[in-house]
Design a protein around this ligand. Structure first.
Ligand SMILES: [Zn+2]
Length: 73
């Protein structure tokens, strides 16, 4: 009898665990402003800047088009 009650208790507990999860507030997507962006280094002056703001050329990153030309020319 005790085992049966334990089984029921566990079943109810599992039921509530599964039921509760969908109602939990959804986590915002991982990608967002809280995630630090990849930082790259200018091959010419060495300044660090976000990858999205950098200029990539021939496998190198640059902080500006001017430095890209300076480094390659
Ligand atoms: Zn630079």
């Amino acid at each position: 009898m005790f085992k049966f009650l334990l089984l029921v208790a566990v079943a109810v507990w599992i039921y509530y665990m599964f039921r509760r999860n969908p109602a939990a507030p959804q986590e915002p997507p991982v990608r967002g402003r809280d995630v630090p962006e990849d930082m790259v280094r200018c091959a010419e002056c060495g300044v660090h800047l976000p990858r999205s703001e950098s200029i990539m050329s021939q496998g190198q990153f640059y902080c500006s088009d001017e430095h890209r030309r300076k480094h390659q020319g």
